[in-house]
Ligand binder design. Structure first.
Ligand SMILES: [Zn+2]
Length: 433
């Protein structure tokens, strides 16, 4: 089902006409109301009126996470505080947090885009949604919540944590859709198993997972363990929160970006050159309907590519492929660029390996040493030491073959790696200490 059949299936030409109109009005508005943008545009000697076509967006300067930090907390708001009805914030795990705001109309727009997303992921108004994204400053919980209500589904606002109670609720309340980070979804599966609850006996049909990069192999693993169809949802608080893009369950091949609200671009993260469809690079977004916190050419640091091929679901909006990593959690090991999700992909190809892993990087002398800690399943762990050694050898060889990097693979016992209730911690980089 398509939630907003008119806008989600617009022919390209009509869509672009809407984009241009909304873009020009957004640029005029930020120039008039946000001192940061006015200063930046003036420095670059560009005016909103210079944008006569969508291609002209290239004349406008980028906005970075640092710009948002420099204007902490409210410097980027484009409306008076009187008109702001909600404030969210990024976690600030990698530095100073950033603060975002919403007008009442922004909240409506967000709810509608989340309703579109849930629908794309297989939800209908008859579904019961178990929402295990964290509620709070993080946009995940409330984002899904408002979208579910807008759609007319029943939402269980369970939030993250208290995993055993969550399993009881899944068993007793009969939810049919699960929303969570992919790593927390796996933890739910693990705890359910521990207390003797099988996902086969639960009623889940679809899972809508996001807020961290996850590989295609992880999808296969989750679908098998949770007995549901898993789709990828994308968003970030700086651009809105979840619901910037979502996969359709029909194709499960990239998230449709809601282009009547966001203009995506892919750039070379080093040179900032705009790349064509299909090329991998950094994803950049311009919001064209947000009132309180518009972002202009915001560099997300997420690495992906765009796919403009027609989709079997009927939506005409371009799709973004799975995010392969973030420019800020890219590891450089002896000159080789590596993303945790790429390692994940290689690990998951081998039988007996669990989707729980951590990468530890250390510096010994002048050399970077990468250790890959990965859990093996119960069956294998109780096997002979010799088999474990062979598995270690095989994983080490695969990593070497794929990336040309020598890593030390350490198999650890089931459940040895610390579980997270939100975003998983995949990398421990001790080089900076
Ligand atoms: Zn589709």
């Amino acid at each position: 089902m398509i939630y907003d059949i008119e806008y989600e299936t617009l022919p390209r030409e009509a869509l672009e006409a809407i984009q241009l109109r909304r873009l020009r009005s957004t640029l005029e508005r930020v120039y008039a109301t946000v001192p940061f943008y006015r200063r930046r545009f003036d420095q670059e000697k560009v005016k909103p009126s210079d944008v006569a076509t969508l291609q002209d967006l290239a004349k406008i300067p980028f906005t970075t996470k640092q710009d948002l930090r420099d204007n902490y907390p409210y410097g980027m708001f484009a409306v008076p505080m009187d008109n702001v009805v909600r404030i969210h914030s990024s976690s600030g795990t990698t530095g100073q947090p950033t603060v975002v705001g919403y007008t009442a109309r922004d909240i409506d727009t967000w709810a509608a885009l989340m309703a579109r997303s849930l629908c794309a992921g297989g939800a209908t108004r008859r579904d019961i949604i178990h929402n295990a994204y964290g509620y709070g400053l993080f946009t995940g919980g409330l984002g899904v919540h408002y979208g579910a209500e807008k759609l007319g589904a029943s939402v269980i606002p369970v939030s993250g944590g208290n995993t055993k109670r969550q399993v009881m609720i899944m068993k007793d309340f009969g939810p049919t859709i699960l929303t969570a980070t992919p790593s927390y979804a796996l933890q739910l599966a693990e705890v359910a198993e521990e207390i003797g609850v099988s996902f086969k006996d639960l009623k889940f049909r679809f899972g809508i997972f996001g807020a961290e990069p996850w590989s295609e192999n992880m999808r296969t693993e989750i679908e098998a363990k949770l007995n549901l169809t898993a789709v990828d949802i994308y968003g970030l608080s700086e651009v809105m929160g979840p619901g910037v893009a979502c996969e359709c369950h029909e194709a499960k091949k990239g998230a449709h970006i809601f282009e009547d609200h966001f203009i995506p671009e892919i750039i070379d993260p080093k040179t900032a050159e705009i790349l064509p469809y299909g090329a991998e690079g950094e994803l950049v977004f311009t919001s064209i309907t947000k009132e309180a916190f518009p972002v202009i050419r915001y560099r997300t640091r997420d690495i992906t590519s765009l796919n403009a091929e027609p989709c079997i679901c009927g939506r005409t909006h371009v799709r973004m492929n799975k995010v392969s990593g973030r420019t800020d959690d890219m590891l450089i090991i002896r000159g080789v660029n590596l993303f945790p999700s790429q390692i994940e992909s290689v690990l998951m190809e081998v039988d007996g390996v669990e989707p729980h892993y951590q990468l530890v990087v250390e510096r010994e002398g002048n050399l970077d040493v990468l250790t890959v800690m990965v859990e093996v399943n119960e069956r294998l762990f109780s096997d002979r030491v010799r088999q474990l050694q062979e598995l270690e050898k095989k994983l080490t060889q695969n990593i070497k073959d794929y990336f040309g990097v020598s890593a030390q693979v350490k198999l650890v016992e089931p459940k040895a790696i610390v579980r997270s209730e939100g975003k998983a911690v995949r990398v421990i980089d001790n080089r900076k200490k």
